[in-house]
Design a protein around this ligand. Structure first.
Ligand code: 6PG
Length: 249
C-alpha cells in the first residue's frame, strides 16, 4: 500500500524555492529532534540550484547543518570538477558555504575505474551510513528529485536498464540518448525514503507534468516513484502546472 502523495502548486518560482527550503528545514528539524541526524539525497540538474542557493543564504531557514548527511540521488560519470558534475554544482551553490563537516558529505566517487565500480562503491557507502528500513534497505529522511522533459527522474531514463533493477540500490545506467553512463539510485532505495520531494518549475515542464498526473498509460519513470512507507510531495509552480486539468490519476 503506497503512502498518500501531495501535490502543492505555488504561484511562481520564488514561492517554489521558499516552500522547498521551508520543507527541507522542517524535515531536518524533525529528524534531528527524533534521532539526532538528518540524511538527505540531493538532486542534480538546473532546477534545485535556486533551492541550494537559498538554503545557503542568510535568507534561508535555520537548518542544523552539522547533523545533516549529504548524499546524491544520481551523478554524471564525470570528474568532480567537470561542469556537468552534480557534486560540483551542489558544492558551489550549497556545501562550500555551509558549516557542514566534510565527513558528512558523501559524493559518488567518479574517479573510480568504471561507473559500475563507482556505483557498487557508493551502494556500500549508503549502506554503511544509513539506518535500514524494511527489507534491510537504507531509509533516507529525504530524497530530492527533479523531472526531466521525458519523464525521467534521478537518472532513471525511459527505456534504460536501471528501471527494472530490484536488488541493487545504486546502479551504473547507460543512457543511449546521452551516450553516457549515469550512476543512479534505483526504485528500491527511492521508494524506501521517509519523504520524496519532487521540485518542478517552468512552463517547459507543463507537458510532462500533465503526462505524469493525468496519463496512467504513460508509464513514465517518475510515475513509479511511490514511497512504500513515506510521504511523496510534489512541489510545482503554476507555470509547470499550467496544463493540468484537475483530473488526477
Ligand atoms: C540530473 C538530475 C535529473 C534532473 C532532471 C531535471 O542529474 O540531471 O538528477 O534527474 O533532475 O533532468 O533537470 P532540470 O532541473 O535541469 O530540468
Amino acid at each position: 500500500m503506497t503512502a498518500p502523495s501531495e501535490i502543492r502548486i505555488v504561484n511562481d518560482a520564488a514561492e517554489l524555492f521558499k516552500a522547498a527550503a521551508d520543507e527541507f528545514a522542517m524535515l531536518a528539524a524533525q529528524a534531528v529532534h527524533r534521532k539526532g541526524s538528518f540524511s538527505v539525497a540531493l538532486s542534480g540538474g538546473s532546477t534545485p540550484k535556486r533551492l541550494y542557493t537559498l538554503l545557503a543564504s542568510k535568507d534561508g531557514p535555520t537548518v542544523p547543518w552539522s547533523q545533516v548527511s549529504f548524499f546524491f540521488g544520481d551523478e554524471r560519470f564525470v570528474p568532480p570538477e567537470h561542469p556537468d558534475s552534480n557534486f560540483r554544482m551542489v558544492n558551489e551553490t550549497l556545501l562550500s558555504k555551509l558549516p557542514a563537516p566534510p565527513e558528512n558529505i558523501f559524493r559518488v566517487c567518479t574517479e573510480e575505474a568504471s561507473a559500475e565500480v563507482a556505483a557498487l562503491q557508493y551502494e556500500s557507502v549508503v549502506k554503511d551510513h544509513l539506518a535500514l528500513g524494511s527489507e534491510g534497505i537504507p531509509r533516507f529522511d529525504l530524497i530530492l528529485l527533479g523531472l526531466g522533459p521525458d519523464g525521467h527522474t534521478a537518472s532513471l531514463f525511459p527505456g534504460t536498464a536501471a528501471l527494472e533493477e530490484r536488488k541493487l540500490l545504486v546502479i551504473a545506467n547507460w543512457v543511449e540518448k546521452l551516450r553516457a553512463y549515469r550512476v543512479t539510485f534505483t526504485y528500491p532505495v527511492i521508494n524506501q525514503a521517509a519523504c520524496v520531494m519532487f521540485l518542478v518549475s517552468g512552463k517547459e515542464k507543463a507537458e510532462i507534468v500533465r503526462e505524469v498526473f493525468e496519463n496512467p498509460k504513460a508509464e513514465l519513470p517518475a510515475q513509479r516513484v511511490r514511497p512504500v512507507r513515506g510521504q511523496l510531495l510534489w512541489l510545482i509552480d503554476q507555470a509547470a502546472a499550467s496544463l493540468l486539468s484537475g483530473e488526477r490519476i
